[in-house]
Design a protein around this ligand. Structure first.
Ligand code: ZN
Ligand code: ZN
Length: 135
């Protein structure tokens, strides 16, 4: 009688055999993500990546450096360059002038979405507080 081996081999092609590891054998199938699926991500890292390192607020008219791809508000980085700081505030790479900056509409629209979401959350929080007050 042949001994049953615990190793399962999957053949996707006659010549190639893939061996499942312990993790593959234990893991459960994942549900597919569709448009109705709400993915929760911690707000902090998202907000941080959409915040200007100069004013620490969400980007306002985002500018991106062409040399190192760091982002700042238009006003913040223009003021920075005017004060004779000819380096990127984030990584200190040379940043000679405004010519090395480009506007970043995609980041602006992301920031816009976040701001709308924050407004909605604040509105709900306000309603909630008022309800608590009534009781
Ligand atoms: Zn700023
Ligand atoms: Zn930089």
């Amino acid at each position: 009688m042949s001994q049953r081996t615990s190793k399962k081999l999957i053949s996707t092609n006659e010549n190639i055999l893939y061996e499942l590891n312990d993790y593959d054998r234990q893991r459960k199938p994942q549900t597919l993500i569709d448009d109705n699926y709400i993915q929760c991500v911690p707000a902090d890292p998202v907000l941080k990546s959409l915040s200007c390192p100069i004013c620490l607020d969400l980007f306002n008219k985002t500018m991106v450096t062409t040399t190192c791809l760091h982002r700042f508000c238009a006003d913040c980085i223009h003021r920075w360059l005017k004060s004779e700081n000819k380096v990127c505030p984030t990584c200190r790479k040379t940043l000679k002038s405004k010519r090395y900056l480009r506007s970043d509409d995609r980041t602006d629209s992301l920031v816009d979405t976040i701001k709308k979401q924050q407004a909605k959350t604040n509105e709900l929080a306000q309603i909630y507080r008022e309800q608590q007050h009534d009781d």
